[in-house]
Write a protein that binds this ligand. Structure first.
Ligand code: IVH
Length: 689
């Protein structure tokens, strides 16, 4: 399908002959099918829910008016085709959808129909939030969870039992309700969702790991449940609200309200705080009004309220249509998405130097909040969605979630739009930019970049780096804010008098920090390399480099090829090291530090060829007398060996001190060689010769 007819702009009221109706219906069907596929199969919709609802509604109006409905029309079906790789489950009863309305008139019409059909005006309703997640059916047999399935096309869903079993709020067995035995068969339905704080955290982690973020919590929940590997589902923060019992053998209910009360007694999760039983349609409207203004205070997404006739025999009497029941209605909230124009795209430098493209938008109100910026996350996302400066875009904003650009609307282009390219120098400091191999991420490599300085100082001073006592996060921030540190070398020039000018320092604390800074200038090469915060160079890698290069100058001159000759260093790491040391600002800063009395010793240096422990794996356990655990580890690593924390068949030697416990036992069990500290020292001597 071409992008032009993703959202065909068809107004049913403007169509007045059968031929154009037929043409319009075909276009709308094609579009609705495509969006079903994006939403249900790919979990990656490209239009907002309200846009979808509009297409669907227009299609239905035309089909009804011109009698054009066919059996294969998407208006006859619920949802999408099941994902093939997952097994399928036939639902014992169809899983239907809900008719949606967006205004009070729609609700009053619904109530009027109920009153008319049921023949009395005391109809009782249950009103609940409409949870925005993934619908799920869960079956318990003799109290045990046996099957879980997605809605799929309403008749057949995907089998996701193993995945759903990993969700903590889903009980694997039912509790007995006040001594009564559990139903022999219970089929419940509800919505799996992700909380907003957990969703934001998940997306942050995904970005750090170079994975595309999820557009919204619903997609995240759906994508997490529809996994082939339950191990992945298990790691995702998922929750469940149940909203109906579809079948229950061994217990009769007369109302929907009774069902909702029974669920928690079996240990099944419902959102009991948010259900109302009422005969007053004004109260229904008030509930909707109240929730629409307080939905942002919730830690999960809801997109409307669901109104259900309470009495089950009345539900039966009202019956159902093709895809939705006549006894229930969704009264949706106004859409939380809107179109606006991308005025510009800027690269923002984060605290760790990562450049994030941000769309500057023509300000637009979405869900009551003015939105003027939206993160575009990374270059890949911009390219995949082909978002250009000047484009009209669809922007979505969920509760506490940062605004998200869903797509650009290509048929609004007039040719003046411009493609965005990442700057090749940092917009904050002009430093060199390093692009990751997969081209997804760009990072400023200047360790003095003001946007990164606070974070850099914190890392520089941390225990495993230069271990500058008294220079914690707050004090680091203060030094930057008061302009006392403009780049890292300034740290080595600060004295007691400088600190005394700042709030929060007394004579003693100022002196202590000045001392700590003075002492930190004398350190080991491996600590100093680690302190520089070079991308991909953690403590272990810093040790590897120090064992290979006698001093900082040697390391600074190493080229990529030479670095890649070191067994543990691949092209990405070598590239990061070379880029870091060739960056103009970094070279200047290192020169400046040397002039301020930086003194580096290198006890780890073994030279280029000497790796006597190459390929050997050690585990240290018990309290060692001659070394700290950390020193022993570094010694091993500097000579090409590895020190790990758990004993396995791959371990070559376990070095034990007094008090060794389970690791020693494990070593004996696996027949791994056990050495005393003396024996370990002998081994080192022997290997040296
Ligand atoms: S009742 C026959 N109650 O909305 C209708 N559905 O758009 C059974 N949903 O498929 C559904 N919250 O996945 C019901 N409180 C609620 C709901 C709810 C969310 C979902 C459900 C349904 C979809 C229809």
């Amino acid at each position: 399908m071409t992008d032009k007819n993703l959202t065909p702009d068809i107004d049913p009221a403007a169509i007045d002959d059968e031929k154009s109706a037929d043409k319009a219906v075909k276009k709308l069907r094609e579009a609705v099918r495509y969006h079903n596929y994006r939403y249900y199969v790919l979990d990656d919709p490209v239009i907002s829910d309200s846009q979808y609802d509009e297409l669907f509604e227009n299609l239905k109006i035309l089909e009804d008016k011109y009698d054009l409905a066919t059996d294969d029309s998407p208006t006859r079906k619920v949802g999408g085709e099941p994902r093939e790789e997952l097994g399928t489950v036939s639902h014992p009863l169809p899983m239907q959808s809900l008719k949606a309305v967006y205004d009070e008139k729609g609700v009053r019409d619904f109530a009027a129909t109920c009153v008319k059909e049921l023949g009395h005006n005391e109809v009782e309703y249950v009103v609940e939030p409409k949870y925005d997640g993934l619908s799920i059916e869960i079956i318990y047999e003799e109290g045990l969870l046996t099957t879980a399935a997605t809605r799929g096309d309403g008749t057949t869903g995907e089998e996701v039992t193993a995945n759903v079993r990993t969700i903590r709020s889903v009980p694997l067995s039912l509790l007995e309700d006040q001594g009564e035995s559990v139903p022999s068969r219970l089929v419940v339905r509800g919505e799996i969702y992700m909380r907003l704080d957990e969703f934001n955290r998940l997306n942050r982690d995904r970005l750090v790991n170079n994975e595309q973020p999820f557009a919204n919590p619903r997609n995240a929940a759906a994508g997490s449940v529809r996994q082939l590997d339950p191990g992945i589902t298990e790691k995702r923060p998922l929750h469940l609200f149940l909203y109906v019992i579809a079948q229950c053998e061994g217990r009769d209910f007369t109302t929907h309200w009774e069902m909702l009360q029974a669920l928690p007694r079996w240990g099944l999760p419902v959102n009991s705080k948010m259900q109302v039983l009422t005969r007053d349609i004004e109260e229904v409207l008030g509930y909707h009004q109240k929730l629409s203004t307080t939905r942002d205070d919730l830690n999960y997404e809801i997109d409307g309220v669901v109104i259900k006739v309470n009495d089950l025999s009345e539900q039966q009497k009202l019956g159902t249509r093709q895809r939705d029941p006549r006894w229930a209605l969704a009264f949706k909230f106004p859409p939380r998405s809107s179109t606006t124009v991308v005025k510009d795209i800027q690269a923002n430098v984060g605290r760790t130097g990562t450049l994030t493209p941000v769309a500057l938008l023509e300000p637009v109100k979405i869900g009551g909040v003015e939105v003027s910026r939206a993160s575009l996350h990374n270059m890949n996302l911009i390219e995949e969605k082909d978002i250009r400066i000047g484009d009209t875009v669809l922007v979505e904003r969920a509760g506490d979630v940062i605004p998200y650009v869903v797509k650009s609307i290509k048929d609004r282009r007039d040719g003046s739009e411009k493609k965005f390219t990442m700057p090749d120098h940092c917009p904050s400091c002009g430093g060199d930019i390093m692009v990751s191999q997969d081209k997804k991420n760009s990072r400023c490599t200047n360790m003095n970049c003001p946007a990164q300085l606070k974070e850099r100082i914190q890392h520089f001073a941390s225990t495993r780096a230069l271990d500058i006592d008294g220079l914690g996060d707050k004090r680091a921030a203060q030094l930057v804010e008061k302009d006392m540190v403009k780049w890292l070398p300034d740290l080595f020039r600060l004295g007691k008098e400088d600190f005394l000018k700042l709030p929060g320092y007394a004579d003693k604390s100022a002196e202590n920090l000045a001392d700590a800074l003075r002492q930190s200038r004398k350190t080991s090469l491996d600590r100093f390399i680690y302190a520089l915060g070079i991308l991909h160079v953690g403590e272990h890698m810093a040790g590897v480099l120090a064992s290979k290069y006698q001093d900082l100058d040697q390391l600074m001159e190493a080229d990529k090829e030479e670095l890649q000759n070191i067994p543990e260093i691949g092209p990405e790491v070598a590239g990061a090291i070379v880029t870091f040391f060739s960056e103009e600002h970094n070279r200047k800063a290192l020169e400046e530090m040397k002039n301020s009395g930086l003194e580096l010793e290198n006890p780890l240096f073994r030279g280029q060829g000497e790796r006597p422990l190459e390929g050997l794996k050690f585990v240290f356990t018990g309290s060692l007398k001659k070394w700290t655990r950390e020193e022993a580890k570094k010694t091993v690593e500097s000579q090409g060996g590895r020190a790990t924390s758990s004993v396995s068949r791959e371990t070559d030697d376990v070095v034990v001190g007094p008090g060794a416990g389970s690791k020693l036992e494990q070593a004996r069990k696996l027949n791994v060689k056990v050495l005393s500290e003396d024996e370990f020292q002998e081994l080192l001597e022997m290997k040296k010769d």
